[in-house]
Design a protein around this ligand. Structure first.
Ligand code: 2P0
Length: 318
């Protein structure tokens, strides 16, 4: 691989129907299909160059390359051997605070390596490879809405675009914490699998996915939000009811925002919560109502960092 300045930019995504469990850890096959909205605001830009050993520079700082080295070795097995790489990433996502920086990171890395190898793979094929680095990365190649089909094996587990038309959906991100999460997604999922409610959640999730696709096709943002909130709270209920080491990602601030959202709905504001592997709350709403929600949050919780994100693009190269 020649030394190069080519860059791939992938945006992160927020799951509206969550991935929360692995059927196969080695292959990163999920227990459910999931559905996401790609976000405009948060993204990772990555380039690679030849090096003596696999190494990683994140936001201009040397970083631990263990996970990346493991992933590059998987790519070497799948695509043919290539020499060690220095991976240089700029992360415009708060790292490890439940905003899924691994999604944009592994999508951008997969995209740039495959391009540098001179291979021409479809986004679906790239998605299949990126899945092995981080499940949610499979969904970050596509703009707007994407669905990750859980599949039954390595070949059949990948994401694709939903080809939905644009709708005025917005996401108000309330950043309760930038801190590293206490329990990794992988560990959290393993605990959730021990919940006696897990099998019921699988059935419910499959039905919610069908309903969500229909709501998206009808551009029904209220329904999109309501299904997403139900799905997310179901995921977090699994954590609380795990038979092995039950836990929660929620903090007092998370609970406070959830109750503010209920108040907003009573006032007729379209606002629904979704929460990932951390305390931050993302509020699904319309572009028109986003600023009202920001104002309510800022008034109630003046120290809260709040941003508004919208639908973002698929992977790009320059
Ligand atoms: C999701 N999350 O669907 C779910 C919802 C967090 C909560 O995917 O173990 O970093 O690397 O495959 O993708 C975050 O987990 O997990 C995630 P791994 P990942 O977005």
């Amino acid at each position: 691989m020649d030394s190069t300045t080519m860059k791939a930019t992938a945006h992160t995504n927020i799951a509206l129907i969550k991935y929360w469990g692995k059927k196969n850890i080695e292959l990163n096959l999920p227990t459910t299909s999931s559905l996401s909205l790609t976000l405009d605001k948060y993204y990772t830009t990555t380039s690679v160059s030849s090096a003596e050993i696999d190494s990683f520079v994140l936001n201009n700082q040397p970083a631990d390359a263990t996970r990346i080295h493991h992933f590059l070795n998987m790519l070497r097995k799948q695509l043919g051997d290539f020499s060690p790489l220095k991976v240089i990433s700029e992360n415009h996502v708060p790292t490890s605070a439940g905003l899924a920086s691994s999604a944009s990171a592994f999508a951008a890395l997969t995209g740039v390596v495959v391009h540098e190898l001179g291979m021409n793979l479809s986004n679906e094929e790239l998605s299949r490879l990126a899945r092995r680095g981080s499940g949610s990365a499979s969904r970050s190649f596509f703009g707007n809405f994407a669905v990750w089909h859980k599949g039954i094996d390595d070949e059949s587990s990948f994401a694709e675009s939903l080809n939905a038309s644009d709708m005025p959906i917005a996401l108000v991100v309330a950043e309760v914490s930038h801190a590293e999460k206490k329990i990794s997604s992988t560990e959290g999922m393993q605990r959730a699998l021990t919940s006696p409610n897990y099998d019921d959640w699988l059935v419910k999730s499959a039905n919610q996915l069908i309903d969500m696709q229909s709501a998206i096709q009808h551009a029904d943002i209220d329904k999109v939000g309501s299904i997403a909130e139900d799905n997310a709270l179901g995921m977090h209920a699994l954590n609380l009811t795990a038979s092995r080491q039950p836990f929660t990602y929620f903090t007092d601030q998370t609970q406070m925002i959830l109750s503010l959202i209920q108040d907003m709905r009573h006032q007729g504001i379209l606002a629904y919560a979704t929460i990932d592997a951390g305390p931050n709350v993302k509020i699904i709403t319309t572009k028109d109502e986003a600023s009202t929600i920001v104002n309510i949050l800022k008034n109630a919780m003046p120290t809260l960092a709040v941003e508004v994100a919208q639908s973002g693009p698929g992977i790009s190269y320059d």
